[in-house]
Design a binder for this molecule. Structure first.
Ligand SMILES: [Zn+2]
Length: 310
């Protein structure tokens, strides 16, 4: 059910003063202004009035855990490297591409899987415990929301901590696959290049050629991270489920996403059609800025823990 919303300015400008953040994370988190008190008050009022909040989170929430995003100016992977996300069709079509993908993933896994939820993940978990959150949809595949204990959660693009067989659909933990890699490739790690600070890995072709990739132990099928690669589509049943959760909500908060990918943006379009009030916390502009009544351009880890719950 909707409740009366006070008229608010369409955009909240942050005061010009640098946000403080640990030096080790500056390579992942775009520079941002500290949120000013009036912006925080407006968001506070927004959250206080919501009783059934639908939250959609993205890469901006996890940069403060040390996981780079793709698109942030200067610090995203697109800006810093030639790396581009694996395309679904290429992974399915090419054994060589799978071999390269898994070799790099194998080397990067110990570091990638060691990332921990940050203060923003923990704040949202606390909001859920206090009955504020109706549903949280994340576009992230890093498992940090579930590690934080979030229960009312849909991982829209899957989770890199699970592996799916393209033959029989069996799901297995990524940690189990790491053990199988180690058994199949004894001594291989010693010849791998060092892991980059962001968990990305660059390997020589020669190293990749010698990497052995196991297949499904149930049916011999191809193994793939249970992640929606670029060029693939999100399961329709999942999309419908999320639309139902959105319809049951009374306000929408975007946390750390530029919403450039349609699979997330479509829920903002649906929210707008339902005339649900929308607030966005994200460093920089987003695709849904014109739909939001509150825009806070600051770090989620700074803003979300500062919100008080009644
Ligand atoms: Zn299988």
């Amino acid at each position: 059910m909707l409740f009366p919303w006070l008229p608010l300015p369409p955009r909240v400008a942050a005061r010009r003063c640098a946000s403080t953040i640990r030096a080790s994370l500056q390579q992942f988190v775009p520079p941002s202004d500290s949120v000013d008190s009036s912006a925080l008050e407006q968001l506070q009022s927004f959250v206080s009035r919501a009783s059934c909040l639908f939250i959609i989170s993205g890469a901006g929430l996890s940069t403060e855990s040390g996981i780079p995003d793709y698109r942030s100016e200067g610090v995203g992977l697109y800006a810093r490297t030639n790396r581009r996300p694996m395309q679904h069709s290429e992974f399915v079509r090419s054994e060589k591409s799978r071999q390269r993908y898994w070799a790099r993933n194998y080397v990067g896994w110990p570091q990638f899987s060691s990332h921990q939820p940050n203060s923003a993940h923990l704040a949202l978990r606390e909001w859920e415990k206090r009955g504020k959150v109706h549903w949280l949809v994340t576009q992230n595949v890093d498992a940090l929301h579930s590690m934080a204990g979030q229960q009312r959660l849909t991982e829209l693009h899957g989770c890199s901590h699970r592996v799916v067989c393209l033959g029989c659909g069996q799901l297995t933990p990524r940690t189990e696959l790491q053990k199988r890699f180690a058994v199949l490739n004894p001594g291989w790690v010693a010849s791998a290049c060092a892991v980059a600070p962001d968990g990305d890995v660059f390997l020589e072709d020669e190293q990749v050629l010698n990497f052995k990739v196991p297949s499904c132990d149930a049916c011999g099928g191809v193994l793939k991270p249970e992640v929606t690669f670029f060029g693939d589509v999100v399961n329709q049943a999942t999309v419908q489920f999320v639309h139902r959760k959105l319809a049951e909500s009374d306000a929408v908060l975007v946390a750390g996403s530029s919403l450039q990918v349609f699979s997330g943006y479509r829920f903002l379009l649906a929210a707008s059609e339902r005339q649900l009030p929308i607030a966005i916390v994200n460093i920089g502009s987003t695709r849904a800025d014109h739909l939001a009544e509150i825009r806070v351009s600051a770090r989620c880890g700074e803003v979300l823990p500062a919100i008080r719950l009644n």
